[in-house]
Structures are given as structure tokens and as C-alpha cells.
Design a protein around this ligand. Structure first.
Ligand code: UD1
Ligand code: CA
Length: 456
């Protein structure tokens, strides 16, 4: 049996005056993703047949931010209320099924909550009972508990204001009935707006069942109107991330101090210390340890490797049992085989290190291919840039590069070669030989340092 079509209408036309921002409100990010992106993700997880975003403030910026998404954008101008907003979507709805209305500035509603809402027929409202219901539309029920209508704060009487059950704004209804109800809305209210909420009495009049569902957590229904609320939902979202990851076995020093702004995938017995940031796609295999204050973006780390404190890894693929940091910087194109050590103040870019190679202190390794069991001495620099072009350095297996060496690329250091400390290497160094380039050491006995002349 073919399922009835599902339309999802996302209201996102509001200006968000209290954000004090040039960016449309729904483009502000939670967990590194625009709020509207989270809501679109729900629509897609629900397998919506049509997804329509009602936008307004910010003009083309909202559709432009989601150019590739399978979504229709409809501009609402002027913005005459939530009912008027849904009216704009009507020509785009697929008839015969259900329409779900979501808000683009309420990003954290659980998928299961929406599925539960959609699981029964009629007009279904997502409601919540709050200690402080100020500002929300209130759910007015009769003595038998049946929903009669929704009254907005600005239109509510004192007894109605005392109601704690609120309208979250999320609702679903049979599409064909919704069309009929929306055509009958008026703006006869305190705000002179076309209220979507006024469909409730119209549904009752058309003998449609009106019922409600609740989310399991209060934060699911919270919207964002200010930077303060944005920051609050960010922490809620991050704590949920942390809990999901811990449920799958991750050990966190402090779930309140984790920031995932992308996808984090962890094996068994992974440990993450406090204040780490994960961006893009990060994969940590079994037994990986990440020290405090690390930033990892698009990184793949093999089993048993450790990243010590304050390391910054971007676009790197790291093998098993490596030791990185503290204070290491791995830039895009870094590839480390197993058992590689990269120590403090070492920067790598477009560089490969073979199995068991070490660069433990104060180095820049750019555009370099390093074999296995190579030792890179402290202060070694690959001079990969001649001011116009980048050149590669090749260091073959078992080479030993003495401290404070400059390797002027293009240059190759042969297998098993030793480079004497303090050398500037401009030509290829042969295998199994000592190569060095430095002035001979000499001493001048009784040498007097210049003294400062008395100028007066
Ligand atoms: C609305 C509900 C209220 C509910 C509250 C929950 C109505 C009449 N009221 O009130 O019952 O408790 O949300 O937060 O529906 N929007 C448009 N176009 C418009 C007006 C609004 O796209 O013309 C969008 C806004 O961008 C926002 C959402 O609809 O995402 C809600 O609008 P808002 O003005 O915040 O509604 P409230 O007055 O808070
Ligand atoms: Ca609101």
C-alpha cells in the first residue's frame, strides 16, 4: 500500500529582531549547522514528499544557504501571521495526505516526538506544560479535557493566562481540510494577524478530531529569539550529543564540555578530555585518547593513538598507536602511518610519515614524503616555498636528520643517510652517508666583545 503523501511546511519568515544580527535568524547555527538545517533534517528523516520553507526576512540568503536541498522556498511578503505564512505554502502542497507545520527557529524537536504526533488522525497539536507559560498561546480545554481553542497571550483573559499548557506551534492536519480551514481565517485579534491557531475551532466545526501530543523533554519545543536562547539551546544540543556518544561507549571527562560541530564517530574505549572541538567528519578508532583543548576537523585516527593537550588537527589521516602533541599542528594532507610520533610545536602539511618515524620538537614539515623509522631532529625545517612555487622534500627510510637542519626543496635524503646538525641542505644527500654543510668550528683566544662608546 502506498503511504499518503506528507508535506512539511517550515515557517521561517520572521526577522528575529532580538538577535540584533544581519543574518536571518534561522541561519544562526546550533552545533555548527544552521537552525533551519536541523529542521530540514527532520523533514527528510520523516520522508516528507514535499518540504516547503516560508522565508521572508533576509531575502535570498535563506534559499541560497540550502541551494542543494530538495526543498521549495516560498517568500512571504508582507508577513501577516502564522496562518498567512502557511497559506503561502498551499499551492505547493500534495493533496490527499497530511501536512506538518514546523518552525525554522525551533531546531531540537526529536524525530520520535514528531512521529508520535503524526501517528494519529485529525488535527494534532504538539503541546507542553510549562511552569512559566508567559508569551505562548494557551491551550483552552473544556471540563472533559477536550481542546476548544488556542488563545494568544495578547488576547487572553486573566483566567486563560493562568493556563500552563502551551501551544508549541508544531501541528499536523489532513492537508485537504487544512486548505479549507485556512481559507476561512480572519485577522480579528489583538495583533491584527492571521493566526494559524484559529484553525482549531474550524476543525471542531468540521467534526474533525482535535488532539494533542507532548514531547518527552521541555527543551524539544524551545525556540530561539535571542543570542541568549541560542547559546542555551547550543548547550542542550551538545549535552544530548555527549549523552548519545556515551550511550555508545565513549568516555568523556565532562559531558558539559564537549563541542561537536559535525559528525563524531568513536570506537570502543575512546577517551576525550575537556574542552575539545570536533568539526566536519571525525573518526576515532578503538582506544584513542584525546587530551584537553584539542581541535579536530576532518580527521581519522587509528586504534590506540593518543593526541595530547592543545593539538590542532585538520584534514589528517593518522594510523594506529601514534603519539601526537602536546601543541602539535597537523594540516590538510597529513598522513601518518602506525607508531608515528609528532611532538610539541611541530607543524605538518601535505606530508606523509612512514611507520615509526618521529618528529618530536619544533619543526615545519611541508610537502614532504618521509619513509619509515626516520628521526627528524628538533628545529628541522623543510623550505618548501621559493616565493613562487612549492617543492617536495623526500626523506627515505632510516634517515636521521640532525637538529636545526634546513632542507631546501626539491631535495631527497637517501635511505639511511645522516644529516649533521645545523646544516642547510640544498642538494640531494646520498644514502648511508653523513652529509653536513656548516662552517668549521674555530676559537679565537682572548676575544674581546665590543664595548659601548660613551657619547656625551
Ligand atoms: C506562535 C503561536 C503561539 C505559540 C508560539 C510558540 C500563533 C498565532 N501563535 O506565537 O500560539 O505559543 O508561536 O512559539 O501561531 N512566522 C512566519 N510568518 C509570519 C509570522 C511568523 O514565518 O507572518 C514564523 C516565525 O518566523 C516563527 C514562527 O512563525 O518561526 C512563529 O512566529 P512568532 O511570531 O514567533 O509567533 P508567536 O507570536 O510567538
Ligand atoms: Ca515566538
Amino acid at each position: 500500500m502506498k503511504k499518503a503523501p506528507l508535506n512539511v511546511v517550515i515557517l521561517a519568515a520572521g526577522k528575529g529582531t532580538r538577535m540584533h544580527s544581519g543574518l536571518p535568524k534561522v541561519l544562526h547555527a546550533i552545533g555548527g549547522k544552521p537552525m533551519l538545517g536541523h529542521v530540514l533534517e527532520r523533514a527528510s528523516a520523516l520522508h516528507a514528499d514535499r518540504t516547503i520553507v516560508i522565508y521572508g526576512y533576509g531575502g535570498a540568503a535563506v534559499p541560497a544557504a540550502f541551494a542543494s536541498a530538495a526543498v521549495e522556498f516560498v517568500r512571504q511578503e508582507p508577513q501577516l501571521g502564522t496562518g498567512h505564512a502557511v497559506q503561502q505554502a498551499l499551492p505547493h502542497l500534495q493533496s490527499g495526505g497530511t501536512t506538518l507545520v514546523l518552525y525554522g527557529d525551533a531546531p531540537l524537536t526529536r524525530l520520535s516526538t514528531l512521529e508520535n504526533l503524526l501517528s494519529r488522525p485529525g488535527l494534532r497539536l504538539l503541546t507542553a506544560t510549562l511552569n512559566d507559560a508567559t508569551g505562548y498561546g494557551r491551550i483552552v480545554r473544556n471540563k472533559a479535557g477536550r481542546i476548544l481553542r488556542i488563545v494568544e497571550e495578547k488576547d487572553a483573559s486573566a483566567p486563560e493566562k493562568a493556563i500552563c499548557e502551551i501551544n508549541t506551534g508544531v501541528l499536523c492536519a489532513p492537508t485537504d481540510l487544512l486548505r479549507q480551514w485556512l481559507s476561512k481565517l480572519t485577522n480579528d485579534n489583538a495583533q491584527k494577524e492571521y493566526y494559524l491557531t484559529d484553525i482549531v475551532p474550524l476543525a471542531i466545526a468540521s467534526k474533525t478530531a482535535v488532539s494533542s501530543a507532548q514531547p518527552s523533554d521541555e527543551w524539544e519545543i524551545l525556540g530561539v529569539n535571542s543570542k541568549d536562547q541560542l547559546a542555551y539551546l547550543e548547550r542542550v544540543h551538545q549535552l544530548q550529543n555527549a549523552r548519545d556518544l556515551m550511550a555508545r561507549g565513549l568516555t568523556l571527562a565532562d559531558p558539559w564540555r564537549l563541542d561537536v560541530r559535525g559528525e563524531l564517530d568513536c570506537g570502543n574505549d575512546v577517551f576525550i578530555d575537556v574542552n575539545c572541538i570536533f568539526e566536519g567528519k571525525v573518526r576515532l578508532a578503538d582506544n584513542v585518547k584525546v587530551g584537553p583543548g584539542c581541535v579536530l576537523r576532518n580527521v581519522d585516527i587509528g586504534a590506540g593513538s593518543e593526541v595530547a593537550a592543545f593539538s590542532h588537527l585538520d584534514g589528517a589521516v593518522i594510523g594506529a598507536n601514534c603519539r601526537i602533541g602536546p601543541y602539535a599542528r597537523l594540516r590538510p594532507g597529513t598522513r601518518l602511518a602506525n607508531e608515528v610520533h609528532i611532538g610539541n610545536f611541530v607543524e605538518t602539511k601535505a606530508t606523509e610519515l612512514g611507520k615509526g618515524s618521529k618528529a618530536n620538537h619544533l619543526s615545519y614539515l611541508g610537502d614532504t614524503t618521509i619513509g619509515s623509522s626516520v628521526n627528524i631532529g628538533a628545529g628541522t625545517i623543510t623550505c618548501n616555498y621559493d616565493g613562487a612555487n612549492k617543492h617536495r622534500t623526500v626523506i627515505e627510510d632510516d634517515a636521521f636528520i640532525g637538529s636545526d637542519t634546513q632542507l631546501v626543496a626539491p631535495v631527497t635524503i637517501g635511505r639511511g643517510a645522516t644529516i649533521g646538525a645545523g646544516s642547510t641542505i640544498t642538494k640531494d644527500a646520498p644514502a648511508e652517508s653523513l652529509t653536513l654543510s656548516r662552517a668549521k668550528q674555530m676559537s679565537i683566544p682572548g676575544w674581546k666583545r665590543p664595548v659601548r662608546k660613551n657619547t656625551k
